[in-house]
Design a protein around this ligand. Sequence first.
Ligand code: GLU
Length: 388
Amino acid sequence: MKLAPRINQVPASMTLAIAAKSKAMAADGIDVCSFSAGEPDFDTPDHIKEAAKTALDQGKTRYGPAAGEPQLREAIAQKLQTDNQLPYNAANIIVTNGGKFSLYNLMMTLIAPGDEVIIPVPYWVSYPEMVKLAGGTPVLVETTAASGYRITPEQLRNAITPQTKLFVLNSPSNPTGSVYTPAEIRALAEVVVEADIFVVSDEIYEKIRYDGVEHLSIGAVSPAAFERTIISSGFAKAYAMTGWRIGYGAGPLELIQGMNKLQGHSTSNVCTFAQYGAIAALTGTQEPLGVMLAAFTERRQYVLEAIAAIPGLSCPKPDGAFYVYIDIKSLGMPALEFCERLLDEHYVAAVPGDAFGTAGCIRISYATGLESIKKGCDRLAKFVHQCQ
Ligand code: GLU
C-alpha cells in the first residue's frame, strides 16, 4: 500500500510502543517492572469520577462545542489567572484530546512549510514529529547534563533565523525532570520578544515539583511575552487522568479560533461528560494531588539513591515531573539494545534516549509503586553489572 509521504517520515511513538509491550507482558502474567510510560499508577480521585458519573446521569452525552464546555473553559481560564498570573479569558482556551492534541493542533494551525521550530534536546518524543507532520522544520538544540539539560538564552538566540516561528519550552521537562528557574525563564522571554517569535510552553508537569522549586510561566514575564505565548497543559499527570484524554491550549484569540476550526474538522469536542470530571479536578479539593506528590517524592529519593549506587550510571537530580534521565554511555551499549535486553531478559521497561534525541541515555519513570521500583532497580543493577 502506498501511504502518504507525510506519515512515512515519522516513526511510531516509542513511549507508547514500549508501554504497550510492557502492559501486554504483564497481561501474559510476566512480573514486569514498568518504568516506561509517564503514567501515574494512582486511580483518578473519587470526586472527579463522581462528577463525570453525575454528568453522565444528567444526560451530558451529546455533542458539545468543539472548543470545549463553556464551564470548563472558564475554570481553566480562572486557573491560569490565579495559579500562573496569565490574564486569559474563556475565549482564549481550547479543550483538546489530551495535552498532546493541543500541541498537534497548534503545529497544524501555526506552522507552515518552511517555518522553523526550535526544540531543545532532549525533547519529548512527539515534538519534532508533530512539527514534521505540519510541514515545518524542527531545529534541534543540544543541551548537556552539566547545564541541567536546559537551553541557555545564547543558544536560543543563536538558533533563531528569519524562518523561526516557534520555540518549544517544556518545564518541568519530560524526559529529564529539569525545571527552569524564574531568572532563566525571564532571560528566555527576553529573547523570544526581541526576535518576535512565538513560544509554546508545555506545562503538563507544572504541579509535580520537588524541594520547593518555583514554576514561572513564560507568558507571565511581561505583556509582550504573553502576546507571544501559547500554553499547553492537561489533566493526565496531576490528576491521574491519563485515559480521560483531556488537555487544553491557551493563547491569543486569533490562534485559538484557528485551532477551533481545525478541531471542528477533526476531533470535534472532547468526550462531553468527561469534561465535567475535569471541572471537578480544577474546582474541587486538591488533596489527592498532595498525596500523589508525597509518594512521588519518596520514590524519587529511592530511585536517585539506587542509581547513584550502580557503578557506571549517572543522572542529574530532577526537580520536577517523575522521570530520571540516566547516562549509560560508560557501558558502551546502545540505549536501544540496552532497553530491549532489559525488558526481554530482566522484565524492566525503560525508554531509550533515542526517543528523546540523545542516544546514550535511558529514561526511567517512577510513576509506579515503590515495591515495583525497588524490584526494578535491583534488576537494573544486576543487568548493568552483567554488561560491565
Ligand atoms: N507523555 C507520556 C510519556 O512520555 C505518555 C506517553 C506519550 O504520550 O508519549 O511517557
